[in-house]
Design a protein around this ligand. Structure first.
Ligand SMILES: *Cc1c(COP(=O)(O)O)cnc(C)c1O
Length: 459
């Protein structure tokens, strides 16, 4: 596959350090075989996440120097609001310190009674947690294609609209506090949602008087997938697509650390300045800071205002999605299985199939992540049974439907050669796959164990 070249040149570089295999074995053993414990300096290519790890442009850095640090009504705030209003078409734009802060503010306002349900095409972890903390019950409702890793389909992130209708009937419309559409659908592998599906979901919600929320972290990647894959959108700009998509919802929450290419930040948008905004403002002031800075420095607001616009640039998006597709094609050439088609921000390698001799309870996704570090200094993470906490009631280890190792690609950060290094390293591992060992956990915390667990390899 042809690599789509970078629509930028490099003005500033950050050295990354090569290490030897012996050094890497020592480092990973010293942090009990958990990559989260590694010092970033001991990593050559860091694919742990694409969140807040992208490279800012010269325009973003220039904007930071002119950031207005006024407590109230700063220039950077107005610049951000103006850009965001123009892109999304929403009246109220609230900056917050990151995506989960927007969720923390929104769900207590949306969920009016304990036990109300919130339905999503699949919740991201923090969104699911905040629905729960607000007293709501999160329910996932992704289309069946989304759960079939081998199937090549254009919009595997879609909501299952038939099931959505059934769920609303089952619970009663009054018991559904909201519908959340995650774009792209992160937990299903960065798979996009089509305009048709968004519109259908919005029509069902409107019929039952249920508010629709977009979890908009990767809104620009989703817009470009629609342009490439959905009939009738090839000649529309990503801005026009975004404007139409957001017209089918009432509220959005957004982590600006993804498509807005900022290192920190988030947004909450409300289409009409109606009943929710006063409550949102109160919670923001109590938890984040005054409404015109929302937990961010003026310079962060300034970088975010510029990043929102750059993230929608079509030359950039073609290159961005092209990078992920290129890496996937390199893996394909080496017969390495992954979730198809490649998503917008990451390739999910099917470690369960690559390492069939490692049973799910010896964590193949984690084993491959460790091996990739030892092989070439590449850091990635498990999205499989290791990530699943134990059943809170029985303490039993839960099994994930699939055992993935996620290779998340930071924005504007690595080159084609880096992607080749990743593919070659995986090829080397595939050639000696049967020698890769599984892992057992020697210590774990009660929740979110994958960040801090200790492990050791087992034969
Ligand atoms: C990253 C992310 C969030 C949370 O945002 P943070 O900025 O990490 O708090 C919420 N939803 C989705 C889909 C995300 O990818």
């Amino acid at each position: 596959m042809k690599y789509i070249p970078e629509p930028f040149k490099i003005k500033m570089v950050e050295p990354i350090r090569m290490t030897t295999e012996a050094e890497r074995r020592e480092k990973i053993a010293a942090c009990d075989w958990n990559g989260f414990g590694l010092a970033a300096e001991d990593v050559y290519i860091d694919l742990l996440t694409d969140s807040g790890t992208g490279a800012m442009s010269d325009s973003q850095w220039a904007a930071m120097l002119t950031g207005d640090e006024s407590y109230s009504g700063g220039r950077s705030y107005y610049h951000l609001v103006e850009n965001a209003r123009e892109i999304f078409g929403y009246e109220w734009i609230q900056p917050v310190h990151q995506g989960r802060a927007a969720e923390k503010v929104l769900f207590p306002v949306l969920v009016e009674r304990r036990g109300q349900v919130v339905i999503s095409n699949t919740f991201f972890d923090t969104t699911r947690a905040h629905v729960g903390l607000a007293g709501g019950r999160p329910v996932d409702c992704v289309c069946p294609e989304g759960l079939d890793s081998g199937l090549d389909a254009p919009f595997k992130g879609d909501m299952d609209v038939d099931r959505l209708e059934d769920l609303i009937t089952e619970f009663g419309a009054g018991e559904v506090a909201g519908i959340v559409m995650t774009i792209t659908n992160n937990s299903v592998g960065g798979q996009p949602v089509s305009m048709a599906n968004m519109k259908a979901t919005s029509e069902i919600a409107a019929r039952h008087g249920i508010p629709v929320v977009i979890d908009a972290a990767r809104f620009a990647e989703n817009a470009y997938f629609i342009k490439e894959r959905e009939e009738g959108y090839a000649d529309k700009s990503t801005r026009e697509i975004t404007r139409e998509f957001f017209s089918y919802a009432d509220i959005f929450t957004m982590s600006a650390k993804k498509d807005a290419i900022a290192n920190m930040g988030g947004l909450l948008g409300v289409r009409e300045e109606g009943e929710h905004v006063p409550d949102v403002k109160s919670l923001v002031i109590a938890g984040e800071g005054y409404v015109t800075y929302g937990g961010l420095s003026g310079r962060d607001l300034a970088a975010l205002a510029v990043g929102l616009v750059e993230g929608l640039d079509e030359d950039y998006l073609r290159y961005r999605l092209g990078q992920v597709a290129y890496l996937a094609a390199q893996l394909d050439e080496r017969g390495i299985p992954f979730q198809r088609p490649a998503g917008g921000h990451a390739v999910f390698v099917d470690a369960g199939r690559l390492l069939p001799h490692i049973p799910w309870y010896r964590y193949p996704g984690h084993a491959l992540a460790v091996e990739l570090y030892i092989e070439a200094g590449i850091r990635s993470c498990d999205i499989g049974s290791y990530l699943m906490d134990r059943d809170p009631a029985t303490g039993e280890q839960q099994r994930a439907p699939l055992e993935f190792t996620r290779l998340a690609i930071p924005r504007r950060t690595y080159t084609q050669s880096h992607l080749d290094v990743i593919a070659e390293a995986l090829g080397e591992i595939a050639d000696r796959a049967e020698q890769v060992k599984g892992y057992e956990i020697t210590w774990e915390p009660k929740v979110l164990r994958h960040f801090t667990s200790k492990l050791r390899p087992v034969d």
